[in-house]
Design a protein around this ligand. Structure first.
Ligand code: PLP
Length: 393
């Protein structure tokens, strides 16, 4: 079946419309384009029982996605990621769940966004994709692009974990180290794209990664029986996931599959790179670049986000907040959950746990609230503490 329920694309700032079925980057206003769907047609063409019978993984939500032709849906064996409850000890009576995105292909939720971006690139006939990355996005791009027979080029900050550089290169992307941060890498891609004939798949600079990330929201709602938690804590870099989930909830409401209040969205950042937290506190609509960004949580080391206003808007509309945690708190949180619950979080996921603890302690989150934390990558991709105990045999 060759269909899509996409009606058009829309500039997230000005609302200006753009036709579907063409190659698009940013809008003329330099802002992200969002994909719009015919909600009535989705509601008429799909019911929840049909959906329940489909194979696991995000391609089951195809009516909510822009890919028209089934042969363009690039797949590497996606799973529905589990919701794992953390033990209640000292944690009040509220339920605390971790959505473990580390089980996806290439070990992170970047698979969702890049599977969609690459599938759409294939559908639109693009053959060379480029992006800046702190690691996980590059790995997902490399894997899905190789799978699709599309070339990819990736620029990484010098201090990207070695394992990420190696996995990206091994999975087929031409991989460059850059003596700078993620936005320096972004500038290099931008400057070279035209002469090299690349298409820039940087976060929110093309319209489809967000559609992939949106499936986190669809999947979460389905897993919870078409209901949502009270609070979602999301490790926020470029913010695609948070913006995407907020979009998913709006679409589910539009087709009548969700009612009742939406979750409070909490954007979690690291103290060494917290532009969204600063802008939230100041009541600003945009988040100026954070100078000297540093944190162990490489996935959220994003000094400036093109979709800053969309993140802030979703957080405010939802009645949520933005919070930052120290690297020390992140590493302690990782150790605590690993030891107590047997779950090895990535530092970004650990940041959401640290933020949850702090918010429970000062009352921003009530212990009666059901909270979901996003663990966006497998903990195994990151430098881990050494073992020093020795036994002489
Ligand atoms: C990319 C990434 C993030 C940030 O995701 P955004 O949706 O871009 O904000 C968080 N954690 C990990 C592990 C990541 O790879």
């Amino acid at each position: 079946m060759s269909t899509s329920y996409v009606t058009h694309l829309e500039c997230s700032l000005t609302g200006r419309r753009y036709p579907a079925g063409e190659v698009h980057g940013l809008s003329e206003a330099g802002r992200p384009l969002l994909v719009c769907y015919d909600a009535d047609a989705i509601a008429a063409g799909l019911d929840r029982d049909d959906l329940a019978a489909r194979p696991a993984g995000f391609w089951r939500y195809r009516e909510f996605l822009p890919v028209r032709r089934p042969e363009n849906r690039i797949s590497l064996g996606e799973v529905t990621t589990p919701l794992i409850s953390l033990s209640p000890a000292e944690r009040g009576s509220g339920e605390l769940l971790v959505k473990d995105e580390g089980r996806l292909p290439t070990g992170s939720f970047k698979a969702r966004g890049l599977a969609l971006a690459v599938s759409m690139a294939k559908e639109l006939g693009l053959s060379r994709l480029a992006m800046p990355t702190n690691g996980n996005a590059g790995a997902a791009l490399a894997a899905y692009a190789s799978r699709a027979g599309i070339d990819s080029v990736v620029y990484c900050p010098d201090d990207t974990p070695e394992v990420n550089l190696s996995e990206i290169e091994l999975q087929g992307a031409v991989t460059w180290r850059v003596d700078g941060l993620i936005d320096d890498c972004g500038r290099i891609v931008r400057e070279r794209t035209d002469e090299e004939g690349w298409f820039d798949v940087s976060t929110l600079k093309e319209p489809y990664r967000i559609e992939g990330k949106k499936t986190m929201g669809l999947e979460l709602a389905e897993q919870l029986g078409w209901s949502l938690p009270d609070v979602i804590l999301y490790p926020t870099g470029g913010g695609t996931g948070l913006i995407g989930m907020w979009k998913a909830f709006a679409e589910l409401r539009a087709i009548g599959w969700l009612d009742g209040p939406l979750p409070r969205m909490v954007a979690v950042q690291a103290e060494g790179c917290a532009p969204i937290v600063r802008a939230f506190a100041a009541g600003e609509e945009h988040a100026p670049r954070w100078e000297g960004a540093h944190t162990v949580a490489a996935g959220i080391r994003v000094p400036a986000a093109v979709g800053d206003f969309l993140i802030l808007r979703a957080v405010r509309e939802s009645g949520g907040f933005a919070a930052s945690v120290s690297d020390e708190a992140i590493l302690e949180a990782r150790a605590e959950v690993a030891r107590r619950d047997g779950l090895l979080l990535c530092p970004e996921g650990a940041a959401t746990y640290a933020a949850w603890r702090e918010a429970i302690a000062d009352g921003r989150i009530s212990p009666r609230e059901r909270a979901v934390l996003f663990n966006c990558a497998t903990g195994l991709k990151y430098p881990l503490p050494p073992v020093t105990r020795r036994f002489e045999a």
